[in-house]
Ligand binder design. Structure first.
Ligand code: 2NL
Length: 340
């Protein structure tokens, strides 16, 4: 009995580490009519009566073990494409990896940047966590201005002076403080407002603000710069109009509308049947803002403007719901694979 156990143990070891050839060679050696399994089965007759049951189980288990190894070898040599090397055509092109696409906000942001770069504007960036001075005080926003209300601004709990910037004007303030003139910059970036999320509002969105400060900068410069921008952005046929408006940081201030891209000005639900859609706010930099940032308001003048990238993107691609921009839905994002 002991001899039988030893024999089986040795054979199992041999089988486990088998490298004597393919499945058929294995079958002939172990499972064929003259194979080792049959031979060792023949040992049963030499086993003492009291051990027969145990030996039977042992032999049976060994047979199943050997058959399983044979199945493995068969699968590896016959079925697996990995082992049929000669059948793989290595000259075939590989499977292509799916390419992603740029986010529509990035596409439009880059387009805006490239248009203004052609006019000599440089890109400036700054922190998203700001202090009260750079986000509000410097911009002539009085203490009790509604834009400072808790409803609009996310404050940082550790320090009442810190907040998430509500516009990228804070970047322009930082550039003005550097004191290097003239200044001709655009400031793209993410901004935050404590709004209830809907199709038209979100708690964060993206802005591009622009600033040009030098001697003798006029409202005519502002108008022509923005007219050039919309023509490059929306096409040569687009018309513009300026409406008087109010911002604490500009005087005079205006809002700029463009003729509706959808109906061409005849009236539709995008332009609410007015033929015009608002795209940005602008104005001449308020002298107080220049002074607050250390620039001589008697010597220098400048214009500034601000636009929401989401808004421009919605108009350009006729997107009706702001929430689509931040949901990461592939069905939405894939539509911009070849845009711009
Ligand atoms: C809007 C309006 C505007 C500005 C932004 C600005 C920045 C400095 C000084 C003066 Cl540092 N003005 N920015 C001016 C007018 C309008 O944005 O509706 N944005 C989405």
């Amino acid at each position: 009995m002991e001899q039988l156990v030893n024999q089986i143990t040795a054979l199992k070891e041999e089988i486990t580490t088998w490298n004597g050839g393919d499945a058929e060679t294995f079958r002939i050696k172990y499972l064929g009519t003259k194979g080792l399994v049959k031979t060792i089965m023949g040992e049963m007759k030499n086993v003492a009566v009291e051990n027969k049951k145990e030996a039977g189980q042992l032999l049976n288990e060994f047979k199943i073990f050997t058959e399983a190894k044979f199945e493995d070898l068969k699968a590896a040599t016959l079925d697996s494409p990995l082992t049929t090397h000669d059948e793989i055509d290595l000259t075939l092109p590989g499977d292509s990896l799916p390419l992603g696409s740029r986010h529509p906000i990035s596409l439009v942001k880059n387009k805006i940047i490239s248009i203004f770069q052609r006019l000599g504007f440089a890109v400036a960036e700054g922190p998203e966590i700001e202090d009260d001075f750079h986000n509000f005080s410097a911009l002539n926003l009085p203490e009790n201005h509604p834009a400072r209300d808790m409803q609009d601004t996310f404050y940082i709990s550790q320090n009442p002076d810190w907040l998430l910037r509500t516009h990228t004007s804070s970047v322009q303030v930082r550039e003005m403080q550097k004191g290097k003139l003239p200044i001709r910059i655009i400031c793209p970036g993410r901004v935050y407002r404590n709004e209830t999320i809907s199709a038209r509002a979100h708690c964060f969105f993206h802005q591009v603000e622009g600033l040009y400060i030098a001697e003798n900068v006029s409202f005519a410069d502002l108008k022509q710069t923005l007219y050039f921008f919309v023509q490059e952005m929306f096409g040569k046929d687009v018309k513009v109009r300026f409406r008087p408006s109010y911002f604490p940081f500009t005087e005079p201030s205006a809002e700029m509308d463009i003729s509706c891209l959808i109906c061409g000005g005849t009236g539709c639900n995008v332009c609410k049947y007015t033929g015009w859609v608002e795209i940005l706010g602008c104005g001449m930099v308020h002298p107080n803002v220049l002074d607050n940032c250390g620039i001589d308001s008697n010597k220098y003048t400048g214009f500034a403007f601000g636009m929401g990238i989401e808004r421009i993107t919605m108009l350009k691609y006729q997107i009706k719901d702001l929430r689509l921009f931040s949901e990461n839905d592939q069905r939405f994002l894939k539509q911009f694979t070849s845009a711009v």
